[in-house]
Structures are given as C-alpha cells and as structure tokens.
Write a protein of this length. Sequence first.
Length: 107
Amino acid sequence: MTRLFDGLSGIAAAVLGEPVPYTPAGGEARLVQSIIRRTPVRAIGPDGVDELVNSPTWRVRRDLVPELKRGDLVEDAQGTLRVLNVWPQGSPAADAHLICELEDTTE
C-alpha cells in the first residue's frame, strides 16, 4: 500500500515549494526543494496528536535531508532560521514530509 503514495510528496514540493538553502551542522550548504512558512500550520506532534505550530516551519522531504537534526540552518528572504524540532508526519513513504519547527536567528 505504501508504494501507492510514493512520489506524491515529491510532486507537492515540486509544485508548491522552492529551492531553500539548507546547511547541516558541520556540512556544506545546498539547495533543497521545500516549503518554509512563517504563518501557523497544523502538524502531527510527537504524541500523534494534531497540533498548531505558531513558530516558522519548514516542510521538507525526509529523503532529501537524511542527516537533518536540531541546530541545522535554513534560509528564506527574511533571514536565517535554526531547526528546533523535527516531526515525522506519519507516512511510511520514502519521500514523506517532515515538519521542522524553526527559530529565527536574526532576532
């Protein structure tokens, strides 16, 4: 059943996303097709309950950032953001999205 949904997240990111500069801790910066939002979004929290995330978020395919962890950096037109939390969204697909809660480092 998982194979039925493989690829759908990639299509959504390709259509709705844009290249976002991503710098893993101790690594080289690279562009990753993904979506940064500075408005509240709903995400499945670590306990499986739907939560409203009020801080900036980064929606990214997990297969594009296998090394992703707390403290990594992303950038948008308004500045640099640090990854605070990484929440898997429940899909077992290889290209499933992660929702990353971000902190603005320019404040």
